[in-house]
Design a protein around this ligand. Structure first.
Ligand SMILES: [Zn+2]
Length: 394
């Protein structure tokens, strides 16, 4: 393990923050060039990856990955150059598309059929996906019920690799003020004088338990970045725009403005559990975080992963390979005897003293227009969720 690339705290993964956006003055010329190239429409999930690549969230990657890296990641959790990496970032095509663009040196990537080119991909190779190995390595299962495996099967058989030159970021009309790039979050941390920053990944509304975990982490660092994922999630997750309203209400009422901020993470959710925990941590390092919160069953779904697997996987890397420190947390709750938030690590009392509700129970209450206890959920957050549930059922 001595050939692994080392990484220092605070610097981007691999040492340099990637920026694939073509300089303003070259954009028109390249856009004209791109219009004459074969076009490839990028689907929603890979469009999120394109955006992540463009802004350097996936530094040091400079494009969609080729077969060497693909194989290396699946077999060793490292790029072919030895840098830690756990989930391949690929651009899928089917056989027909591959035939259509075959022989071209470059293709223009668009978000919609016949749309304006977003990026030029300098093709360096096309390879056949090894679905079985990929599913087992990334998701730990080949079960088609797993949303990540299902997405993998829906994607094309072939992958097109190559460096990207990005002409425009995918357009968004939501969360515009929250879409900070890694360069921008880094700048904001510096402006606030934060030297250590903990990142919190979330795809759920934040209840007291997660608020507690974030604030425990914040006690030992300078700043907190709540970084909700807003790319594709599975259909039964709470929609991003509802979640954002919850975060805003929570920040308004309960978070110190000079110590905490919200920005969005454009990635699509993989539900790859431990592998995604590492991938999420590396991306947050690129956004400038020095610490990363890993809860129980991070990025999990169903019962595919062990409760602590996403925490344990960090031990399989040398500490300076990742360059971001995981902060592991237990499930937390309000304890009536402790009269405060606690976890099994800090509270000696039994279940009967603890205010804990299952996800199903909480959804039931919200649907019935009932606020969960204030020890479980801030009333402002509960009200937003109640409203959203009503809207959905109506
Ligand atoms: Zn207690």
């Amino acid at each position: 393990m001595t050939d692994h690339v080392r990484s220092s705290l605070g610097s981007p993964h691999g040492g340099t923050l990637v920026d694939l956006l073509v300089p303003e003055q070259d954009r028109d010329k390249l856009t004209d060039e791109a219009r004459n190239l074969p076009k490839l429409t990028v689907k929603e999930r890979e469009l999120s990856d394109l955006e992540m690549l463009a802004v350097g969230a996936l530094s040091p990657l400079t494009g969609f990955q080729g077969e060497d890296d693909y194989r290396s990641i699946l077999q060793t959790m490292h790029l072919s150059n030895g840098l830690a990496w756990t989930i391949p970032v690929t651009l899928s095509v089917d056989d027909e598309e591959a035939k259509r663009i075959g022989g071209a040196d470059a293709v223009a990537l668009t978000a919609t059929d016949g749309g304006e080119p977003l990026a030029l991909l300098q093709m360096s190779g096309v390879f056949r996906r090894d679905r079985e190995t990929e599913a087992k390595s990334v998701f730990g299962t080949e079960d088609l019920e797993h949303p990540g495996v299902a997405a993998l099967h829906a994607a094309g058989d072939l992958c097109v690799a190559g460096e990207l030159r990005v002409l425009a970021l995918p357009a968004h009309d939501d969360f515009v003020e929250y879409r900070l790039t890694p360069a921008q979050t880094r700048e904001e941390f510096a402006r606030r004088g934060w030297k250590t920053v903990v990142g919190f990944q979330t795809r759920n509304p934040i209840h007291r338990a997660h608020e507690y975990i974030q604030k425990c982490a914040l006690e030992i660092v300078d700043g907190l970045l709540v970084h909700p994922l807003v790319g594709a999630t599975k259909g039964d997750d709470v929609p991003a725009e509802v979640r954002m309203r919850c975060y805003e209400a929570l920040f308004e009422g309960y978070y110190p403005k000079d110590r905490a901020m919200v920005s969005v993470f454009p990635a699509a959710m993989r539900y790859a559990g431990p592998k995604e925990a590492i991938w999420h941590a590396i991306a947050r390092k690129n956004y400038g975080c020095t610490h990363f919160i890993v809860g129980r069953d991070h990025a999990g779904v169903g019962s595919y992963y062990g409760t602590y697997e996403a925490q344990e996987i960090f031990e399989r890397f040398e500490p300076d390979e990742l360059g971001i420190l995981p902060l592991n947390f237990e499930h937390s709750f309000w304890c009536n005897r402790c009269e405060g938030m606690a976890s099994p690590k800090t509270c000696p009392h039994g279940e009967e003293e603890r205010v804990s509700l299952s996800g199903t129970k909480v959804r039931e209450m919200l649907r019935a227009g009932e606020r969960p206890p204030i020890e479980f959920s801030r009333p402002e957050v509960a009200d937003i969720l109640i409203d959203a549930m009503r809207g959905r059922d109506a």
